[in-house]
Design a protein around this ligand. Structure first.
Ligand SMILES: [Zn+2]
Length: 159
């Protein structure tokens, strides 16, 4: 799932659960749960090839993939800032968004440091929870589940 819904949902959970450790843990766990639904993802294959230092790596296409991630992340945190900058829980809301997106950050770290055992175990779990990786959905297929996640997160915020 792209990062935007992960960030919004993680921040909603993070701000709702009274205990910050439970809330932020819940935000992170929500990531694996949401990834299990059929959804659309943009490709980051070129970035993967680049960090894995594969023969056919290409700096320009890797940079484009990296920009997609930065744009996706920025939009998520920009949305949170627009709506919640005056909220007394603003910091917790941002942290929730961070923890909601964190598993995908760990994934990029895993591609960069494939020998790290902890990252490898995490990757296995992430892949296990993710809906079939072989099934690549072409946009706009799979976008509905992501819109649904954003709507549910908005409802959560309003509870
Ligand atoms: Zn993920």
């Amino acid at each position: 799932m792209i990062l935007f819904p992960h960030i919004i949902f993680g921040s909603a959970l993070g701000s709702k659960l009274q205990n910050p450790i439970g809330g932020l843990g819940g935000a992170m766990l929500s990531h694996y749960f949401l990834d299990s639904f059929k959804h659309w993802d943009y490709s980051i294959e070129n970035l993967k090839k680049f960090v894995k230092n594969e023969k056919n790596k290409n700096l320009k296409s890797a940079a484009i993939d990296f920009l997609k991630i930065i744009l996706d992340l920025s939009l998520g945190f920009l949305a949170l800032s627009l709506f919640f900058k005056n909220d007394p829980q603003f910091f917790l809301i941002l942290l929730g968004g961070f923890f909601g997106a964190l598993p995908d950050g760990l994934q990029v770290l895993h591609f960069t440091f494939p020998d790290n055992k902890v990252l490898a175990v995490h990757q296995e779990f992430h892949d296990f929870m993710h809906f079939s990786k072989k099934e690549k959905l072409i946009f706009p297929n799979g976008i509905l589940s992501e819109i649904a996640v954003i709507l549910i997160a908005i409802l959560l915020f309003r509870l």
